[in-house]
Design a protein around this ligand. Structure first.
Ligand code: CDP
Ligand code: MG
Length: 736
């Protein structure tokens, strides 16, 4: 099972039903003494056709039907029933009635805009219709992009199930660091960022007959760039078809952009939704949300609840609060099934939100924006909307990005409310006032391209040979100041020369699915003789933030274990390296993780990421080298990427970012918090109560002059105050 999980081919919908089926097949495998006839991959994702084949071949082989054969036959029966139900559900989706018209329109027009209420079946059904209609003949594929990786995974799993095939075979998905596709794959769900990456290897997307840019209304950075690129492809590839699919009615903008492409509307069914506002603004929307969930649960007729929160931390807090409250009321009220869903939720738990609510109980889904349009959960009757989401914002003066909790737009609020009226009349409880809604909320969310650091995108476009960025076909162009800042940043990293052309370093950097600063650190590590170590650090940084855990009853033990990785006290980057290496020496053991209070899941992910980065080193002919023990070399390589994030300690114990002059603090989780060094370089800033630097490493100030002489001058490190004092909000902040 570990190997199956590691190659990412394992289904993320490991429900009880499947667990039971697996058990059945294991039994039968034991019985027949070999794995013959059992599908590859450990038998985790048994599908109808395989099971039928298996039964047939065993019977043909002359096996005596016995008790276990009966059980197997029952399992097949169950599958058949499930399939029949699924096929009925498919026919009940609003898009089904328009199947023929839709196929005709697609046949007739090269580019088509599709608009339909969320949940009408656009994402799951249209690729299947196209597949049936022959668009996947001659080895061509259908691409369907999603702004969120959870959506890509879960939709692919659903479609594989509907088609009765194994996930990763005919239907697959591709997200960063996880490719769940094969040679057989015909329908490929992928994040918009991954399709963008595919342009590097295949600039005309020749292997696709059809590109569906789904959830176009979300207007993510990658989707906006894709618009320009696919529009261009459609011009010189008459054989390719383009579908732009959106949940909002304001589709004219898409049509305008794609040369007046026709709009195909799928009339949705949306029942009446009663909207309730609070009479006064809520000071604490978390507390208000918890109270509202409980009140609804006690007072309202049957129907599930969907609560929108801004991120994992909030979701976990609310989950905890609800559990406590439910415990205190005991069995006096009906069961409340709490289902969280957010991007980093372990895949094996993601399927839970789609499981039917048990009789007599009520389900409450705690979701991020992902449930606004990307995922439809059946049975929702009540929506609770505190009115916030996490949004990226960008300060072009400093070139720094931050993730902040912001009020949502009117359009978002309406989408959220609509989630309660899919299968019958619904109710939406807004935890803000009607005055608030009318006067304080923007009509629409500003497209991400206008509130992002563009360094990554500019690097990608340059690598695709697109040099004229101002002339690029943007639906909404970014501020020229932001483009300029991105060029400057890439120049400082050595990715572009003074004429704005991609350098060899830049070309290598563009190949890594990482932020430019991190890919620069890897590319630079060759020079410092430590690519092995820096790739490990990069993998650890990319795998997430949850490496250590602190059980409440073992705080001291956990902290001691963690501090042990900080021997030498040179910083968190080296500590991450120490963690990984110790785990590797233990033979990647889970036991080791438990003993050291390290999260095995995050470590496994780091190992996956590391394997992939290592393969890239190979391909880019970056030398594998290890500077075992040369901590200076490792820290210099990190600095080569992150020199812009240098900070110096002040008398009062705070730090000041050398260039932006922003006051920042060492995150309490940092190993350097106990013995703070004078000069540091940090990975990122997180904004909680203060601006905290996360993953901090000690630095020698001369290194800044040695590594980035074009960026730092002696006066920066000698401590003279620069003449002009920037009044910027400050460097990259990322709220946790
Ligand atoms: O894309 P659109 O919003 O139009 O609809 P969809 O995502 O294709 O959803 C159609 C139906 O499939 C809904 O009833 C969903 O509940 C269901 N679905 C599901 O059960 N499991 C998934 N992972 C995705 C969709
Ligand atoms: Mg959809």
């Amino acid at each position: 099972p570990e190997a199956a999980a590691r190659d990412g081919k394992r289904s993320n919908f490991f429900s009880e039903q499947e667990a039971w089926e697996e058990q059945q097949i294991r039994k039968s495998r034991l019985h027949f003494g070999s794995g013959d006839g059992v599908p590859a991959g450990g038998g985790y994702e048994l599908v109808l056709e395989d099971m039928v084949d298996f039964v047939k071949s065993t019977v043909q082989a002359g096996a005596e039907p016995d008790g276990e054969m009966d059980e197997l036959a029952e399992a097949v029966d169950a599958k058949v029933t499930l399939q029949r139900e699924l096929q009925n559900e498919r026919k009940n989706l609003p898009v089904y009635k328009f199947k023929d018209d839709l196929l005709k329109a697609i046949e007739k027009y090269q580019v088509l805009i599709i608009v339909g209420e969320t949940g009408s079946g656009k994402t799951t059904q249209i690729p299947q219709y196209l597949h049936e209609a022959g668009y996947t003949a001659k080895g061509k594929k259908i691409a369907c992009t999603q702004p969120r990786r959870v959506a890509a995974m879960s939709v692919a799993a659903r479609v594989a199930q509907e088609l009765g095939v194994k996930l990763g075979h005919e239907v697959g998905y591709s997200i960063r660091f996880e490719d769940c596709t094969s040679d057989k794959t015909m329908i490929k769900y992928m994040t918009d960022g991954m399709l963008l990456r595919e342009f590097l290897g295949e600039p005309d997307l020749a292997s696709y007959s059809m590109v569906i840019v789904d959830e176009a209304h979300e207007r993510t950075l990658s989707t906006d760039i894709l618009f320009g690129l696919v529009k261009d492809i459609a011009r010189f590839r008459p054989d390719v078809k383009l579908l732009i699919s959106s949940a909002t009615l304001n589709a004219e903008r898409f049509s305008d952009f794609f040369d007046e492409a026709p709009i195909f509307k799928i009339p949705g069914r949306r029942y009446k939704v009663d909207i309730h506002y609070t009479t006064a603004p809520e000071a604490d929307y978390i507390a208000a949300a918890v109270v509202t969930v409980l009140q609804l649960h006690v007072k309202q007729p049957a129907g599930d609840i969907l609560l929108f929160l801004t991120g994992q931390e909030e979701i976990e807090t609310v989950e905890e609060l609800l559990k406590q409250k439910m415990m205190t009321v005991g069995s006096k009220i009906a069961e409340l099934v709490i289902c969280p869903i957010y991007a980093n939720l372990p895949t094996e738990l993601q399927g839970k939100i789609f499981e039917p609510t048990p009789e007599g109980a009520r389900k409450v889904v705690l979701a991020t924006n992902i449930a606004e349009t990307s995922l439809t959960i059946d049975g929702i009757k009540y929506v609770i909307d505190p009115g916030f989401c996490k949004l990226k914002s960008y300060n072009p003066r400093t070139g720094m990005e931050s993730l902040r909790v912001e009020p949502i737009s009117k359009a978002s609020a309406d989408q959220r409310a609509g989630r309660s009226g899919r299968t019958g009349p619904g109710k939406c409880f807004r935890l803000f006032t009607e005055y608030n809604f009318r006067h304080d909320l923007d009509d629409d969310t500003v497209p991400e391209i206008q509130r992002s650091n563009l360094a990554n995108v500019v690097l990608r476009l340059k690598a695709l040979g697109i040099n004229d960025l101002v002339g690029f076909d943007f639906m909404d162009p970014p501020a020229s100041e932001a483009l300029l800042k991105a060029l400057e940043e890439l120049f400082a990293l050595g990715a572009l020369n003074s004429r704005g052309e991609l350098t060899k370093t830049g070309r290598r950097m563009a190949e890594f699915p990482l932020d430019p600063m991190l890919s620069k650190a890897i590319v630079a590590s060759e020079k410092y003789g430590c690519s092995e170590e820096v790739v490990t650090i990069a993998a650890m940084l990319s795998a997430g933030n949850a490496f250590f855990y602190r059980p409440k009853d073992k705080l001291v033990l956990a902290d001691t274990a963690r501090q042990a990785f900080h021997a030498g006290n040179v910083g968190d980057h080296v500590a991450l390296l120490n963690v990984y290496n110790a785990w590797r020496e233990s033979g990647y053991s889970s036991q080791w993780c438990r003993e050291n209070f390290v999260q095995p899941r995050t470590m496994k992910r780091a190992r996956d990421v590391r394997d992939q980065l290592e393969a890239l080193l190979e391909r880019l002919e970056i030398e594998h080298c290890s500077g075992a023990g040369d901590l200076d070399g490792i820290r210099k390589a990190v600095t080569a990427g992150y020199f812009r994030n240098a900070a110096r300690r002040q008398k009062d114990g705070s730090y000041r970012a050398v260039k932006s002059r922003q006051t920042v603090f060492v995150h309490p989780s940092s190993g350097t918090a106990e013995l703070p060094p004078t000069w540091v370089v940090y990975h990122e800033l997180v904004l909680t109560r203060k601006e905290y630097m996360r993953q901090v490493t000690e630095l020698k100030p001369e290194w800044l002059l040695e590594i980035a002489p074009h960026y730092y001058q002696r006066k920066d490190i000698d401590g003279h105050e620069p003449k002009k004092k920037a009044k910027d909000k400050g460097p990259a902040t990322r709220q946790t």
